[in-house]
Design a binder for this molecule. Structure first.
Ligand code: NAD
Ligand code: UFG
Length: 353
């Protein structure tokens, strides 16, 4: 043969039917990777998998399986030549984690441990883990750098991220064949520009952008702004919002780095730019032409006044930078919400709302 066939690499994506996972699968498929998804659909819909295939025109292997099911993991590793895993699967609602700590520790920690055991036993030692800005104490000056102080989490969800990071770090220390990337996400919003995939929270949203979108579509009457007496220019909380497609491309950059390096590294995925709650409301109104009524209420317990990332390390080492701006994020969140007023609309809890 006059040419060498390019080897297609297979990426295992746990939680691939979820918000960030589905966007990352699109980015991976568009970058030439094969994708195997494991998701038990506890917070997502199988329709997201169909939509990933619709957007990319490519097939994915999908297993409706709990990541804690070791026997099922073994079968999947035997069937597919998996080169690396991106581990998104986990429960993520902060308030719920305070009510149900055991379920959160069980799900989030044992997913991480079972997955790594299966990976080790099948000789696949490259993992990217979905961590969070929530691991930072937030007491250091902004912007938060990867070496800013972590710990002191205010809820069990945050501790599961902190503890999973530690488990993965210890694993990489004990066996130098592992390549472990801990990615700390800031505040992902937006949706794929097609409007085919997006964020589909259960019940009343906890997070700002899905709440605003549901006010805009008429499912909720007004936004509660959690405090306007912070020491910020307009008194409302400031966060580092990042378009979910930028976050997705950050994972593709991370894979390239991971496959060329061993050991453990940590990277922020944020823009480095902070916006207040009222900045988001104004941008959403300007971009969509829809008025967002709001009422100023009390602060939400556990909220920090201001958090935003230093994206410098990711730019320097991964060669990755966010490219979408706040208006893009608002436009794409609204496009998804408008085209899918009830999200994917096929979960039992959706019909109870
Ligand atoms: P999501 O809930 O949309 O996606 C998580 C997916 O994991 C869901 O599809 C869910 O069904 C699946 N899942 C949960 N437990 C599972 C299990 N035991 N077995 C198999 N599948 C399971 O959430 P997301 O926003 O896409 O977040 C993805 C990851 O990123 C999570 O680990 C989350 O903690 C982390 N993260 C999210 C944010 C955010 O603001 N969205 C910020 C920082 C970190
Ligand atoms: N906010 C409101 N009203 C709402 C919802 C939020 O005013 O109805 C405000 C909050 O007080 C905060 C900002 O909007 O100032 C953003 O709040 P989110 O709940 O959208 O996001 P958080 O920064 O509180 O937390 C989210 C995830 C965490 C994750 C963190 C960083 O919920 O799990 O982003 O990635 F760790």
């Amino acid at each position: 043969m006059g040419f060498l066939a390019k080897k297609i690499m297979t990426v295992l994506v746990t939680g691939g039917a979820g918000f960030i996972g589905s966007h990352t699968c699109v980015e991976l498929l568009n970058s030439g990777y094969d994708v195997v998804i494991i998701d038990n659909l506890v917070n997502s819909s199988a329709k997201a998998v169909d939509r990933i295939e619709q957007i990319t025109g490519k097939k994915v292997a999908f297993y409706e399986v709990d990541v804690r099911n070791r026997a099922a993991l073994d079968r999947i590793f035997e069937r597919h030549a998996i080169s690396c895993a991106i581990h998104f699967a986990g429960l993520k609602a902060v308030g719920e984690s305070v009510q149900m700590p055991l379920e959160y520790y069980d799900n989030n920690l044992f997913c991480t441990v079972r997955l790594c055991e299966a990976m080790r036993d099948h000789g696949c030692k490259n993992i990217i883990f979905s961590s969070s800005a929530t691991v930072y104490t937030g007491t250091d000056p902004m912007p938060l750098r990867e070496d800013s102080i972590t710990g002191g989490c205010t809820n069990p969800y945050g501790w599961t991220k902190y503890m999973s990071e530690q488990i993965l770090r210890d694993m990489a220390k004990a066996d130098s064949d592992w390549s472990v990337l801990l990615l700390r996400y800031f505040n992902p919003i937006g949706a794929h520009p097609s409007g085919l995939i997006g964020e589909d929270p259960r019940g009343i949203p906890n997070n700002l952008m899905p709440y605003i979108s549901q006010v805009a579509i008429g499912r909720l009457p007004y936004l509660n702004v959690f405090g306007d007496d912070y020491d910020t220019p307009d008194g409302t909380g400031i966060r580092d919002y990042i378009h979910v497609c930028d976050l997705a491309s950050g994972h593709v950059a991370a894979i390239r780095y991971m496959l060329e390096h061993r050991g453990e590294s940590v990277f922020n995925l944020g823009t480095g730019q902070g916006y207040s709650v009222l900045d988001i409301v104004k941008s959403f109104e300007r971009v969509t032409g829809v008025k967002i009524p709001y009422k100023i209420g009390a602060r939400r317990a556990g909220d920090l006044p201001v958090t935003y990332a230093s994206p410098d390390k990711s730019a320097a080492i991964l060669g990755w930078k966010a490219k979408y701006d706040l208006d893009d994020m608002c436009r794409d969140s609204w496009n998804w919400q408008k085209k899918n007023p009830n999200g994917y609309g096929d979960r039992a809890q959706d019909s109870q709302e």
